[in-house]
Ligand binder design. Structure first.
Ligand SMILES: [Zn+2]
Length: 173
């Protein structure tokens, strides 16, 4: 057997324990509660626990910042192929996306990955979708989804902030 990193070993041992008592192998593919959550990849967020999502209930789409544009491809699949009818967009306090800008990020890419890396930033127009105002970012992402021709009018979209300091969510829009 090929050697494993400590992270890989952790995966294997944790999963053995998980699978040994696993009983939910017969869930349907479409989310039972017909909704999708867009939220941040931040390591301090536990969406299943904090947002009350049981296995099989909802799609959880995570990316840097809980970004709506980044999530759009997955949301179209969620709605058109798998029947979801509501979107919860949940950003959070202390988000890393509040801490840098495109120029800084592009500078790091240039420093570590060179011109080839910088050129490749064109894949997302060099826009890391950072923000300076958390609530404004929630509002503009919700507006983006509501205005998108790819999101049906019938889909309910709401925007929330999760506080990493307290574990509480509050509705913004
Ligand atoms: Zn974040």
């Amino acid at each position: 057997m090929a050697s494993q990193t400590p992270i890989q070993s952790h995966l294997v041992s944790s999963n053995e324990k998980y699978a040994s008592t696993f009983t939910k192998g017969d869930l349907a593919l479409p989310p039972a509660k017909k909704y999708a959550v867009v939220t941040c990849m931040d390591a301090r967020l536990d969406p299943a626990a904090a947002y009350g999502i049981d296995l099989g209930d909802a799609h959880i789409i995570r990316n840097a910042g809980g970004n709506a544009q980044d999530a759009l491809r997955s949301l179209v699949i969620s709605e058109q192929l798998l029947g979801t009818e509501e979107i919860l967009l949940i950003k959070h306090t202390g988000c890393g996306m509040l801490t840098f800008d495109n120029v800084t990020a592009a500078g790091l890419v240039r420093q570590h990955l060179g011109d080839a890396g910088v050129k490749e930033l064109a894949r997302f127009a060099g826009d890391f979708q950072t923000f300076t105002d958390l609530e404004a970012a929630v509002r503009s992402d919700v507006a983006f989804l509501k205005e998108s021709p790819l999101i049906p009018e019938t889909v309910t979209v709401s925007g929330w902030v999760y506080a990493v300091e307290t574990g509480k969510v509050r509705k913004v829009v």
